[in-house]
Design a protein around this ligand. Sequence first.
Ligand SMILES: *Cc1c(COP(=O)(O)O)cnc(C)c1O
Length: 361
Amino acid sequence: MSRAFNFSPGPATLPEPVLRQAQAEMLEWRNARASVVELSHRGPEFLQVARQAEADLRMLLSIPDDYAVLFLQGGATAQQALIALNFAAPGQQADYVLTGHWGLTALKQAAPYVDARIAADGETGGYRDIPPRAGWRLSDDAAYVHYTANETIHGVEFREVPEVGNVPLFADFSSSIAAEPLDVSKFGLIYAGAQKNLGPVGIAVVIVRRDLLERAGQPRAPIFDYRAHLAGESMLNTPPTWNWYLLGLTVKWMLDEGGVAEFARRNARKAALLYQAIDGSGGFYRNEVAPAARSRMNVPFFLHDPALDAAFLGEAAEAGLISLKGHRVLGGMRASIYNAMPEAGVQALAAFMRDFQQRHG
Ligand SMILES: *Cc1c(COP(=O)(O)O)cnc(C)c1O
C-alpha cells in the first residue's frame, strides 16, 4: 500500500477505518445478502442506515429537536439556489456577507429568486479578512442573512457566529461543519456538501429550524421544496444511498474518536503547526490572511518564488504528500486539513516544508 497523506480540498481524504469498513461490507451488507448500494432505499436495511446516520449526526452536532435534517443531492451549490426559492417571498431581499469565492457563488445562485444584496464584501481587501461587523448593511425585513463560515479557497474562517438580530442566519458550512462545537440554535439554516468534512461527494446536509419551513417562499416544484423533502424523509426520489451510507460511517467514526470537542483540539494543533511552519520560514512561505481570520481547515500559502512551485509539488508527492496545488483562482499551494487528516500528516508536511526550504532557500 502506498496511500499518501492527501490534502485535497474536496472530494477529500476519508478516515482509513471508514474506507476499510466500506471495503469489508462492499459485497454483502450485514445479513442483507447484497451490497448496501444494491438495495432499495425503501427496504428495512437502508432505512436503518439512513436513520442511524441522522441520529448520529444529530448527536455529533447536538442538533436540537426543533431543527429538521435533510439529506439532499445537488451539492452545496443547489442549496444556495434552493434557500432563496424556499425562504424568500417574491421580490423579498436577502443579505449576503462575502468573504471569498463561495459567498459570491451563493449570491449568484440565489439572485434569480431573491433580491440578493451585498451586506459586506471582503473583496476590496483581496478576501484576506472578515469585514468588521459594525460596517455590515443589514435590513430588518430581509428573508435571511447568508455567510460562508469557512471560505475553502481563500482560507478565511469566522471564529464566531455573527450577531444579526431577528433575521434568520443562514450559513454555508461545507468545509467546516463538525470541525468544532457549534451552537445550532443560533442559525435558521446550515447547509454543507459532505465531501469536505462529512464523507463523500454526492450528498449534502441541510439543518433547518422547522418553523421556518412553513414560510411560503417562491412557487416551486416538490423536488425543490424542502417541506416536501422533510415529509418524504429525504426520499422523495431515489436518494444517493451509497453516499448516505459513507456519510453515516464517517459521522460514526467522528463520534467514536471523541466527537467535535476532540476534533476542535486536534484541528487547533494541526493548524498551529502548519501556520508556524509558514510564519517561521522567514518569508520563504507566506499566508496572507489576517491571523484572526485564518482558516483551520484550508491553509493557502505561497512560495516566495513561484518558479519553485512545480518542484515543491513534485517533491512533496515523492514524500507522500499529495493534492497540495492551490486553487486556480489564487495559485500557489493549499493544504486542506479536515477532520480526517491525521496529525501525522500535518507533521510530515511541516517537516517537508522545512526540508524543501533548506534545499532550495
Ligand atoms: C465545496 C464548496 C461548495 C460547493 O460544493 P458542491 O458540493 O460542489 O456544490 C460550496 N461552498 C463551500 C464553502 C465549499 O467548500
